[in-house]
Design a protein around this ligand. Sequence first.
Ligand SMILES: [Cu+2]
Length: 91
Amino acid sequence: MKKLLAAFCLAAVVGPALAATQTVTLSVPGMTCPACPITVKKALSKVEGVSQVDVTLEKREAVVTFDDTKADIQKLTKATKDAGYPSSVKH
Ligand SMILES: [Cu+2]
């Protein structure tokens, strides 16, 4: 049982590295009230390959972690735009 758990943990560590996980910060200037981040988060979470979304209303930004074999920045910005919040990559 312990051996199985160790193998699982190892897979969890190695897995994301092989899947080319990327994190990008999107600027979402259209967010104005506490309900906005919920909509933006929902839209981004629906994009295939997205594993984590952290939206901050104060900073007007969304930090998105995604598998770049399934998703790309264009898909992410399109998702927020379709939800009513155009976004761009923050440099
Ligand atoms: Cu709002």
